[in-house]
Design a protein around this ligand. Structure first.
Ligand code: NDP
Length: 445
Protein backbone atom coordinates (compact mmCIF):
# COMPACT_ATOMS: atom_id res chain seq x y z
CA UNK A 1 0.00 0.00 0.00
CA UNK A 2 1.27 3.51 -0.70
CA UNK A 3 2.21 5.80 2.19
CA UNK A 4 -0.76 8.13 1.57
CA UNK A 5 -3.41 5.40 1.56
CA UNK A 6 -1.70 3.69 4.47
CA UNK A 7 -1.96 6.85 6.58
CA UNK A 8 -5.57 7.40 5.48
CA UNK A 9 -6.47 3.88 6.68
CA UNK A 10 -5.05 4.76 10.09
CA UNK A 11 -6.83 8.14 10.14
CA UNK A 12 -10.13 6.40 9.34
CA UNK A 13 -9.67 3.86 12.11
CA UNK A 14 -8.80 6.53 14.66
CA UNK A 15 -11.56 8.97 13.72
CA UNK A 16 -14.28 6.59 12.58
CA UNK A 17 -17.16 8.70 13.90
CA UNK A 18 -16.05 12.01 12.38
CA UNK A 19 -17.19 11.91 8.72
CA UNK A 20 -16.59 15.61 8.04
CA UNK A 21 -13.00 15.34 9.26
CA UNK A 22 -12.38 12.24 7.13
CA UNK A 23 -13.86 14.02 4.10
CA UNK A 24 -11.52 16.97 4.57
CA UNK A 25 -8.47 14.71 5.00
CA UNK A 26 -9.33 12.59 1.96
CA UNK A 27 -9.66 15.65 -0.26
CA UNK A 28 -6.23 16.96 0.79
CA UNK A 29 -4.55 13.55 0.57
CA UNK A 30 -5.74 12.99 -3.03
CA UNK A 31 -3.82 16.12 -4.06
CA UNK A 32 -0.69 15.14 -2.15
CA UNK A 33 0.10 11.83 -3.88
CA UNK A 34 2.53 13.36 -6.44
CA UNK A 35 4.09 15.59 -3.77
CA UNK A 36 4.81 12.62 -1.54
CA UNK A 37 6.20 10.70 -4.55
CA UNK A 38 8.67 13.55 -5.18
CA UNK A 39 9.66 13.95 -1.54
CA UNK A 40 10.62 10.69 0.16
CA UNK A 41 11.93 12.74 3.09
CA UNK A 42 8.30 13.62 3.96
CA UNK A 43 7.52 9.92 4.26
CA UNK A 44 10.60 9.33 6.42
CA UNK A 45 9.47 12.18 8.69
CA UNK A 46 5.93 10.71 8.70
CA UNK A 47 4.46 14.15 8.08
CA UNK A 48 0.96 12.95 7.24
CA UNK A 49 0.37 10.98 10.44
CA UNK A 50 1.66 13.98 12.37
CA UNK A 51 -0.44 16.55 10.48
CA UNK A 52 -3.71 14.63 10.90
CA UNK A 53 -3.39 14.45 14.68
CA UNK A 54 -4.05 17.83 16.36
CA UNK A 55 -1.25 19.14 18.55
CA UNK A 56 -3.83 19.72 21.28
CA UNK A 57 -7.61 19.30 21.74
CA UNK A 58 -9.41 21.07 24.56
CA UNK A 59 -12.96 20.00 25.56
CA UNK A 60 -14.76 21.84 28.32
CA UNK A 61 -18.06 22.36 30.11
CA UNK A 62 -19.80 25.71 29.56
CA UNK A 63 -22.45 26.28 32.24
CA UNK A 64 -24.53 29.48 32.00
CA UNK A 65 -27.70 30.91 33.52
CA UNK A 66 -30.64 31.63 31.20
CA UNK A 67 -33.14 34.47 31.65
CA UNK A 68 -35.43 32.27 33.76
CA UNK A 69 -32.60 31.72 36.22
CA UNK A 70 -32.03 28.10 35.14
CA UNK A 71 -28.54 26.67 34.63
CA UNK A 72 -27.87 25.38 31.11
CA UNK A 73 -24.82 23.38 30.02
CA UNK A 74 -23.12 23.38 26.62
CA UNK A 75 -19.93 21.85 25.32
CA UNK A 76 -16.91 23.97 24.43
CA UNK A 77 -14.10 22.97 22.06
CA UNK A 78 -10.77 24.36 20.93
CA UNK A 79 -8.56 22.32 18.63
CA UNK A 80 -5.00 23.62 18.22
CA UNK A 81 -4.14 21.72 15.08
CA UNK A 82 -0.76 22.95 13.89
CA UNK A 83 1.47 25.71 15.22
CA UNK A 84 4.34 25.02 12.82
CA UNK A 85 4.27 28.40 11.07
CA UNK A 86 2.68 30.68 13.68
CA UNK A 87 0.24 30.99 16.60
CA UNK A 88 -2.88 28.83 16.13
CA UNK A 89 -5.50 30.86 14.31
CA UNK A 90 -9.09 30.08 13.37
CA UNK A 91 -12.64 30.99 14.26
CA UNK A 92 -15.17 29.92 16.85
CA UNK A 93 -18.47 28.43 15.65
CA UNK A 94 -21.60 28.51 17.82
CA UNK A 95 -24.21 26.23 16.25
CA UNK A 96 -26.21 23.24 17.55
CA UNK A 97 -24.56 20.95 14.97
CA UNK A 98 -21.08 21.52 16.44
CA UNK A 99 -19.22 18.45 17.72
CA UNK A 100 -15.55 17.50 17.65
CA UNK A 101 -15.68 16.17 14.05
CA UNK A 102 -16.83 19.55 12.71
CA UNK A 103 -14.19 21.44 14.68
CA UNK A 104 -11.48 19.04 13.49
CA UNK A 105 -12.43 19.32 9.81
CA UNK A 106 -12.40 23.10 10.10
CA UNK A 107 -9.11 23.13 12.04
CA UNK A 108 -7.44 20.77 9.58
CA UNK A 109 -8.42 22.92 6.58
CA UNK A 110 -7.35 26.03 8.45
CA UNK A 111 -3.72 24.80 8.56
CA UNK A 112 -3.39 24.93 4.76
CA UNK A 113 -5.58 28.01 4.28
CA UNK A 114 -3.52 30.00 6.74
CA UNK A 115 -0.28 28.87 5.09
CA UNK A 116 -1.65 29.99 1.71
CA UNK A 117 -2.14 33.56 2.92
CA UNK A 118 1.65 33.89 3.17
CA UNK A 119 1.23 35.22 6.74
CA UNK A 120 2.69 33.61 9.89
CA UNK A 121 -0.40 31.86 11.31
CA UNK A 122 -0.92 28.25 12.36
CA UNK A 123 -4.21 26.34 12.20
CA UNK A 124 -6.88 25.98 14.88
CA UNK A 125 -10.64 26.11 15.35
CA UNK A 126 -13.13 26.04 18.17
CA UNK A 127 -16.72 26.53 19.15
CA UNK A 128 -19.71 25.19 20.97
CA UNK A 129 -23.06 23.47 20.40
CA UNK A 130 -24.68 26.60 21.89
CA UNK A 131 -27.37 28.09 19.62
CA UNK A 132 -27.40 31.91 19.77
CA UNK A 133 -30.71 31.95 17.84
CA UNK A 134 -33.63 33.05 19.98
CA UNK A 135 -31.39 33.95 22.94
CA UNK A 136 -31.45 37.41 24.51
CA UNK A 137 -28.33 39.60 24.42
CA UNK A 138 -27.92 38.99 28.15
CA UNK A 139 -28.00 35.20 27.65
CA UNK A 140 -25.46 35.40 24.83
CA UNK A 141 -23.25 37.56 27.06
CA UNK A 142 -23.42 35.13 29.99
CA UNK A 143 -22.67 32.22 27.68
CA UNK A 144 -19.66 34.02 26.13
CA UNK A 145 -18.34 34.95 29.57
CA UNK A 146 -18.55 31.35 30.76
CA UNK A 147 -16.94 30.08 27.53
CA UNK A 148 -14.02 32.50 27.91
CA UNK A 149 -13.61 31.73 31.63
CA UNK A 150 -12.23 28.37 30.54
CA UNK A 151 -10.78 29.26 27.14
CA UNK A 152 -8.62 32.18 28.34
CA UNK A 153 -5.98 29.90 29.87
CA UNK A 154 -5.33 28.25 26.48
CA UNK A 155 -5.06 31.33 24.24
CA UNK A 156 -3.01 34.53 23.90
CA UNK A 157 -1.71 36.91 21.21
CA UNK A 158 1.37 34.69 20.61
CA UNK A 159 -0.32 31.38 21.43
CA UNK A 160 -3.75 31.04 19.84
CA UNK A 161 -5.93 33.78 18.37
CA UNK A 162 -9.62 32.88 17.84
CA UNK A 163 -12.07 34.85 15.66
CA UNK A 164 -15.69 34.51 14.47
CA UNK A 165 -17.45 31.92 12.31
CA UNK A 166 -21.07 30.76 12.07
CA UNK A 167 -23.01 32.23 15.00
CA UNK A 168 -20.06 34.32 16.21
CA UNK A 169 -20.00 37.91 14.97
CA UNK A 170 -19.09 41.30 16.41
CA UNK A 171 -21.46 40.98 19.40
CA UNK A 172 -20.00 37.67 20.55
CA UNK A 173 -16.38 38.73 19.98
CA UNK A 174 -17.04 41.83 22.10
CA UNK A 175 -18.40 39.80 25.03
CA UNK A 176 -15.58 37.26 24.71
CA UNK A 177 -12.91 39.96 24.71
CA UNK A 178 -14.51 41.77 27.66
CA UNK A 179 -14.26 38.60 29.75
CA UNK A 180 -10.70 37.87 28.61
CA UNK A 181 -9.64 41.39 29.61
CA UNK A 182 -11.38 41.10 32.98
CA UNK A 183 -9.58 37.84 33.78
CA UNK A 184 -6.15 38.80 32.41
CA UNK A 185 -6.18 42.34 33.79
CA UNK A 186 -4.38 43.57 30.66
CA UNK A 187 -5.32 45.13 27.33
CA UNK A 188 -4.04 42.27 25.17
CA UNK A 189 -6.36 42.87 22.25
CA UNK A 190 -4.28 40.79 19.80
CA UNK A 191 -5.86 37.72 21.43
CA UNK A 192 -9.02 37.84 19.29
CA UNK A 193 -9.77 39.19 15.83
CA UNK A 194 -13.00 40.50 14.34
CA UNK A 195 -13.15 43.09 17.11
CA UNK A 196 -15.10 46.35 16.99
CA UNK A 197 -13.17 49.36 15.67
CA UNK A 198 -13.26 51.13 19.05
CA UNK A 199 -11.09 48.50 20.75
CA UNK A 200 -8.63 47.37 18.09
CA UNK A 201 -10.65 45.93 15.21
CA UNK A 202 -9.46 46.39 11.65
CA UNK A 203 -11.31 48.16 8.89
CA UNK A 204 -12.39 45.68 6.16
CA UNK A 205 -12.40 42.66 8.55
CA UNK A 206 -16.22 42.51 8.44
CA UNK A 207 -16.24 42.56 4.64
CA UNK A 208 -13.01 40.58 4.15
CA UNK A 209 -14.19 37.01 3.52
CA UNK A 210 -16.91 38.00 1.06
CA UNK A 211 -14.80 40.65 -0.69
CA UNK A 212 -11.79 38.29 -0.78
CA UNK A 213 -13.92 35.56 -2.32
CA UNK A 214 -14.88 37.87 -5.15
CA UNK A 215 -11.29 39.10 -5.67
CA UNK A 216 -10.29 35.45 -6.02
CA UNK A 217 -13.19 34.46 -8.29
CA UNK A 218 -12.62 37.57 -10.42
CA UNK A 219 -8.95 36.63 -10.84
CA UNK A 220 -9.85 33.01 -11.71
CA UNK A 221 -12.43 34.16 -14.26
CA UNK A 222 -10.10 36.67 -15.88
CA UNK A 223 -7.30 34.09 -16.06
CA UNK A 224 -9.73 31.94 -18.06
CA UNK A 225 -11.07 34.68 -20.32
CA UNK A 226 -14.29 35.51 -18.44
CA UNK A 227 -15.46 38.36 -16.20
CA UNK A 228 -18.08 38.90 -13.50
CA UNK A 229 -19.76 41.75 -15.32
CA UNK A 230 -23.28 40.79 -16.47
CA UNK A 231 -23.06 37.31 -14.93
CA UNK A 232 -26.04 35.89 -13.03
CA UNK A 233 -25.02 34.77 -9.55
CA UNK A 234 -26.68 32.63 -6.87
CA UNK A 235 -25.39 32.79 -3.27
CA UNK A 236 -26.33 30.44 -0.45
CA UNK A 237 -26.39 31.87 3.06
CA UNK A 238 -27.33 35.34 4.23
CA UNK A 239 -24.70 35.83 6.93
CA UNK A 240 -21.37 37.61 7.03
CA UNK A 241 -19.69 35.90 4.07
CA UNK A 242 -22.77 35.80 1.83
CA UNK A 243 -23.80 39.42 2.29
CA UNK A 244 -20.40 40.94 1.52
CA UNK A 245 -19.93 38.54 -1.38
CA UNK A 246 -23.21 39.90 -2.75
CA UNK A 247 -22.08 43.51 -2.29
CA UNK A 248 -18.86 42.84 -4.22
CA UNK A 249 -20.68 40.99 -7.04
CA UNK A 250 -22.82 44.11 -7.45
CA UNK A 251 -19.76 46.36 -7.40
CA UNK A 252 -18.15 44.24 -10.15
CA UNK A 253 -21.24 44.46 -12.36
CA UNK A 254 -22.80 41.02 -11.77
CA UNK A 255 -26.36 40.35 -10.63
CA UNK A 256 -27.33 38.22 -7.61
CA UNK A 257 -30.81 36.76 -8.12
CA UNK A 258 -31.09 34.49 -5.06
CA UNK A 259 -29.84 34.06 -1.48
CA UNK A 260 -30.83 31.64 1.28
CA UNK A 261 -30.92 31.09 5.02
CA UNK A 262 -31.52 27.83 6.86
CA UNK A 263 -35.27 27.93 6.06
CA UNK A 264 -35.21 28.48 2.31
CA UNK A 265 -34.24 30.87 -0.43
CA UNK A 266 -35.48 34.16 -1.84
CA UNK A 267 -35.52 34.76 -5.57
CA UNK A 268 -35.67 38.33 -6.88
CA UNK A 269 -35.29 38.69 -10.62
CA UNK A 270 -34.58 42.41 -10.19
CA UNK A 271 -31.46 41.57 -8.20
CA UNK A 272 -31.30 41.02 -4.42
CA UNK A 273 -31.73 44.16 -2.28
CA UNK A 274 -28.66 43.45 -0.17
CA UNK A 275 -29.06 46.34 2.27
CA UNK A 276 -32.48 44.95 3.15
CA UNK A 277 -30.98 41.46 3.66
CA UNK A 278 -28.37 42.94 6.03
CA UNK A 279 -31.11 44.73 7.99
CA UNK A 280 -33.23 41.57 8.24
CA UNK A 281 -30.49 39.06 9.06
CA UNK A 282 -27.64 40.97 10.71
CA UNK A 283 -29.31 43.95 12.36
CA UNK A 284 -32.66 42.39 13.34
CA UNK A 285 -31.48 38.72 13.48
CA UNK A 286 -34.70 37.76 11.68
CA UNK A 287 -35.88 35.41 8.93
CA UNK A 288 -35.00 35.90 5.29
CA UNK A 289 -38.54 35.24 4.10
CA UNK A 290 -39.66 38.61 5.57
CA UNK A 291 -37.87 40.08 2.51
CA UNK A 292 -41.20 39.56 0.74
CA UNK A 293 -42.86 42.16 3.02
CA UNK A 294 -40.75 44.79 1.24
CA UNK A 295 -40.50 43.20 -2.22
CA UNK A 296 -43.82 41.39 -2.86
CA UNK A 297 -42.80 40.45 -6.40
CA UNK A 298 -39.92 38.29 -5.05
CA UNK A 299 -40.45 34.60 -4.24
CA UNK A 300 -39.60 32.53 -1.16
CA UNK A 301 -39.03 28.79 -1.62
CA UNK A 302 -38.66 26.49 1.40
CA UNK A 303 -35.62 24.21 1.73
CA UNK A 304 -32.35 26.11 1.46
CA UNK A 305 -30.68 23.60 -0.87
CA UNK A 306 -33.37 24.06 -3.51
CA UNK A 307 -31.48 27.22 -4.43
CA UNK A 308 -29.13 25.09 -6.58
CA UNK A 309 -31.92 24.27 -9.02
CA UNK A 310 -31.85 27.88 -10.25
CA UNK A 311 -30.15 28.72 -13.53
CA UNK A 312 -27.01 30.79 -12.98
CA UNK A 313 -23.52 31.46 -14.37
CA UNK A 314 -21.75 31.54 -11.01
CA UNK A 315 -22.65 29.67 -7.81
CA UNK A 316 -21.24 30.93 -4.51
CA UNK A 317 -22.03 28.56 -1.61
CA UNK A 318 -21.50 30.75 1.49
CA UNK A 319 -23.59 29.03 4.20
CA UNK A 320 -22.23 25.77 5.57
CA UNK A 321 -20.52 22.45 4.76
CA UNK A 322 -21.90 19.90 2.27
CA UNK A 323 -24.41 22.33 0.82
CA UNK A 324 -23.85 21.04 -2.75
CA UNK A 325 -23.74 17.28 -3.33
CA UNK A 326 -23.39 15.34 -6.57
CA UNK A 327 -27.05 15.71 -7.53
CA UNK A 328 -26.97 19.47 -7.02
CA UNK A 329 -23.69 19.71 -8.93
CA UNK A 330 -25.36 17.88 -11.83
CA UNK A 331 -28.27 20.32 -11.75
CA UNK A 332 -25.94 23.32 -11.77
CA UNK A 333 -23.93 21.93 -14.69
CA UNK A 334 -27.09 21.09 -16.64
CA UNK A 335 -28.18 24.71 -16.11
CA UNK A 336 -24.91 26.05 -17.54
CA UNK A 337 -22.90 27.12 -14.50
CA UNK A 338 -19.34 28.18 -15.46
CA UNK A 339 -17.78 28.76 -12.03
CA UNK A 340 -18.23 27.81 -8.39
CA UNK A 341 -16.62 29.89 -5.63
CA UNK A 342 -16.57 28.32 -2.19
CA UNK A 343 -17.19 31.05 0.39
CA UNK A 344 -18.14 28.56 3.10
CA UNK A 345 -15.80 25.83 4.33
CA UNK A 346 -16.20 22.52 2.47
CA UNK A 347 -19.57 23.54 0.97
CA UNK A 348 -19.25 20.98 -1.86
CA UNK A 349 -18.88 17.25 -1.29
CA UNK A 350 -15.80 15.63 -2.82
CA UNK A 351 -18.05 13.98 -5.46
CA UNK A 352 -19.54 17.37 -6.38
CA UNK A 353 -16.07 18.92 -6.79
CA UNK A 354 -14.95 16.05 -9.03
CA UNK A 355 -18.09 16.42 -11.13
CA UNK A 356 -17.49 20.14 -11.61
CA UNK A 357 -13.84 19.62 -12.53
CA UNK A 358 -14.63 16.91 -15.07
CA UNK A 359 -17.32 19.13 -16.64
CA UNK A 360 -15.08 22.13 -17.19
CA UNK A 361 -16.53 24.19 -14.38
CA UNK A 362 -13.97 26.48 -12.74
CA UNK A 363 -13.74 25.77 -9.01
CA UNK A 364 -12.36 28.27 -6.49
CA UNK A 365 -11.74 26.02 -3.46
CA UNK A 366 -12.55 27.24 0.04
CA UNK A 367 -9.00 27.02 1.39
CA UNK A 368 -7.92 29.57 -1.19
CA UNK A 369 -11.10 31.49 -1.97
CA UNK A 370 -12.29 32.28 1.56
CA UNK A 371 -8.80 32.90 2.99
CA UNK A 372 -9.39 36.67 2.85
CA UNK A 373 -11.09 36.56 6.25
CA UNK A 374 -8.22 35.02 8.11
CA UNK A 375 -5.67 37.04 6.11
CA UNK A 376 -7.35 40.24 7.25
CA UNK A 377 -7.44 38.86 10.79
CA UNK A 378 -3.67 38.52 10.56
CA UNK A 379 -3.53 42.14 9.36
CA UNK A 380 -5.63 43.04 12.43
CA UNK A 381 -3.03 41.26 14.61
CA UNK A 382 -0.24 43.29 12.96
CA UNK A 383 -2.09 46.53 13.63
CA UNK A 384 -2.70 45.48 17.27
CA UNK A 385 0.95 44.71 17.92
CA UNK A 386 2.14 47.94 16.30
CA UNK A 387 -0.74 49.94 17.92
CA UNK A 388 -1.35 51.63 14.62
CA UNK A 389 -4.52 51.43 12.48
CA UNK A 390 -4.50 51.37 8.69
CA UNK A 391 -7.12 53.00 6.44
CA UNK A 392 -9.88 51.06 4.68
CA UNK A 393 -8.10 51.52 1.36
CA UNK A 394 -4.77 50.25 2.74
CA UNK A 395 -6.32 47.07 4.15
CA UNK A 396 -8.50 46.47 1.08
CA UNK A 397 -5.49 46.85 -1.21
CA UNK A 398 -3.48 44.33 0.84
CA UNK A 399 -6.45 41.93 0.84
CA UNK A 400 -6.71 42.11 -2.93
CA UNK A 401 -2.97 41.56 -3.34
CA UNK A 402 -3.10 38.51 -1.03
CA UNK A 403 -6.02 36.95 -2.94
CA UNK A 404 -4.33 37.47 -6.32
CA UNK A 405 -1.14 35.89 -4.92
CA UNK A 406 -3.01 32.89 -3.55
CA UNK A 407 -4.49 32.32 -7.01
CA UNK A 408 -1.05 32.54 -8.60
CA UNK A 409 0.56 30.17 -6.07
CA UNK A 410 -2.27 27.63 -6.34
CA UNK A 411 -2.21 27.72 -10.15
CA UNK A 412 1.59 27.28 -10.21
CA UNK A 413 1.60 24.44 -7.67
CA UNK A 414 -1.13 22.64 -9.61
CA UNK A 415 0.83 22.86 -12.87
CA UNK A 416 4.13 21.88 -11.17
CA UNK A 417 2.67 18.61 -9.89
CA UNK A 418 0.87 17.57 -13.07
CA UNK A 419 -2.68 18.69 -12.31
CA UNK A 420 -2.87 21.31 -15.07
CA UNK A 421 -5.10 24.20 -13.95
CA UNK A 422 -6.78 22.67 -10.90
CA UNK A 423 -6.98 25.13 -8.02
CA UNK A 424 -8.34 22.50 -5.65
CA UNK A 425 -5.16 20.45 -5.94
CA UNK A 426 -2.96 23.54 -6.23
CA UNK A 427 -4.27 25.12 -3.01
CA UNK A 428 -3.76 21.89 -1.08
CA UNK A 429 -0.23 21.46 -2.41
CA UNK A 430 0.92 25.07 -1.95
CA UNK A 431 -0.46 25.20 1.61
CA UNK A 432 0.95 21.79 2.52
CA UNK A 433 4.45 22.51 1.20
CA UNK A 434 4.90 25.58 3.35
CA UNK A 435 3.83 23.75 6.51
CA UNK A 436 5.87 20.67 5.54
CA UNK A 437 9.05 22.71 5.20
CA UNK A 438 8.54 24.29 8.63
CA UNK A 439 7.88 20.89 10.19
CA UNK A 440 10.97 19.37 8.57
CA UNK A 441 13.08 22.19 10.00
CA UNK A 442 11.67 21.83 13.50
CA UNK A 443 12.45 18.18 14.16
CA UNK A 444 9.88 15.58 15.11
CA UNK A 445 7.10 17.80 16.58
P1 NDP B 1 -23.03 33.50 9.67
O1 NDP B 1 -23.45 32.90 10.96
O2 NDP B 1 -22.85 34.97 9.56
O3 NDP B 1 -24.07 33.09 8.52
C1 NDP B 1 -24.32 31.75 8.22
C2 NDP B 1 -25.42 31.69 7.19
O4 NDP B 1 -25.54 30.34 6.73
C3 NDP B 1 -26.80 32.08 7.72
O5 NDP B 1 -27.55 32.63 6.67
C4 NDP B 1 -27.38 30.73 8.16
O6 NDP B 1 -28.80 30.70 8.12
C5 NDP B 1 -26.81 29.79 7.11
N1 NDP B 1 -26.56 28.47 7.72
C6 NDP B 1 -25.71 28.18 8.74
N2 NDP B 1 -25.76 26.87 9.03
C7 NDP B 1 -26.64 26.33 8.19
C8 NDP B 1 -27.11 25.02 8.00
N3 NDP B 1 -26.67 23.99 8.74
N4 NDP B 1 -28.01 24.83 7.02
C9 NDP B 1 -28.45 25.86 6.28
N5 NDP B 1 -28.06 27.13 6.42
C10 NDP B 1 -27.15 27.36 7.35
O7 NDP B 1 -21.70 32.73 9.24
P2 NDP B 1 -20.55 33.19 8.25
O8 NDP B 1 -21.12 33.93 7.11
O9 NDP B 1 -19.47 33.81 9.06
O10 NDP B 1 -19.97 31.78 7.76
C11 NDP B 1 -20.52 31.09 6.62
C12 NDP B 1 -19.52 30.07 6.13
O11 NDP B 1 -18.29 30.74 5.76
C13 NDP B 1 -19.10 28.99 7.13
O12 NDP B 1 -18.82 27.80 6.44
C14 NDP B 1 -17.80 29.54 7.70
O13 NDP B 1 -16.98 28.51 8.23
C15 NDP B 1 -17.19 30.15 6.45
N6 NDP B 1 -16.18 31.16 6.68
C16 NDP B 1 -16.44 32.29 7.41
C17 NDP B 1 -15.46 33.24 7.58
C18 NDP B 1 -15.73 34.54 8.26
O14 NDP B 1 -14.86 35.41 8.22
N7 NDP B 1 -16.88 34.75 8.87
C19 NDP B 1 -14.09 33.04 7.07
C20 NDP B 1 -13.95 31.86 6.24
C21 NDP B 1 -14.94 30.95 6.10
P3 NDP B 1 -29.66 31.10 9.45
O15 NDP B 1 -29.43 32.55 9.68
O16 NDP B 1 -31.06 30.76 9.12
O17 NDP B 1 -29.08 30.24 10.53
Amino acid sequence: MSYVSDVFTRVKARNAFEPEFLQAVEEVFESLVPVIDKHPEYVKANLLDRLTEPERQIFFRVPWVDDRGEIQVNRGFRVQFSGAIGPYKGGLRFHPSVYIGIIKFLGFEQIFKNALTGLPIGGGKGGSDFDPKGKSDAEVMRFCQSFMTELYRHIGPDVDVPAGDIGVGGREIGYLYGQYRRIRGAFENGVLTGKGLSYGGSLVRTEATGFGLLYFVDEMLRYNGHQIKDKVVVISGAGNVATYACKKVNALGGKVIAMSDSEGYIYDENGIDIDLVITIKTVNRGKLKTYLNHHPSAKFVEGHRNIWSLKCDIALPCATQNDIDLEEAQLLVANGVIAVGEGANMPCTNEAIKYFLTHNVLVAPAKAANAGGVATSALEMSQNSSRYAWTFEQVDEKLKEIMVNIHKNAAEASAAYGFGYNLVAGANIAGFKKVAEAMMAQGDY
